[in-house]
Design a protein around this ligand. Sequence first.
Ligand code: CA
Length: 238
Amino acid sequence: MEATETHIFVVEDDPAMRQMVCEYLAAQEMTTTALSSADELLRRIHTRRPDLILLDVGLPGTSGLEACQILRSQGDRIPIILLTARTEEFDRVFGLEIGADDYIGKPFSPRELLARIRAILRRTAFVPGAPNQAIDDTRIGGFLFQPSARRLVADDGSERLLTTVEFALIAEFARNPNVALSRERLLTVVHGRGSTLLPRTIDVAVMRLRRIIEPDTSKPRHIQSIRNFGYMFVASLD
Ligand code: CA
């Protein structure tokens, strides 16, 4: 598969953890670059682009969360998995809200880490014409969703690049217009089977999407809530 070309930045200040992760990924024929601080990451990211960043949350100096926020505020959509020692739901939700694609709580098994990485890379590697996933361009309110380019284009021509989470979610909606989709199903689509995330994280992702596509987020028209169940995408209203 794509393994030989996959390049991962491992940003972790704990040397033992950093080495363990790098050695494991190297054994999976991935290339790794070990970095010990977010500042180093923010310097290096512009010279060499990895396929994905494993980003420790608790780093000296700039934290992993801050680094993630900085990259996203620069419009950088590079896939990020947060490594977090904290388990509180607030942090999980917050991590996704600031644009991380996933997170994994320490301690984690190397196998679980690899599964998460592969799940994200599969979503990221989506290309036009790919057999199973092909979705046509879909109109969503004032936007055209272009799955092949992973973007939303507004009627005024401006573009919104989508995070892998946003993309996976909107693609699932576009594939299933006018169908009530449960939170659990959306969670599986977005984060893979066996995800330890709570269904509530889907609410956070939907909230982010609504801020982009809904003219009035207090009266959502395109992504409608189905009480005690999930969401339904309504593509065309007029
Ligand atoms: Ca740390």
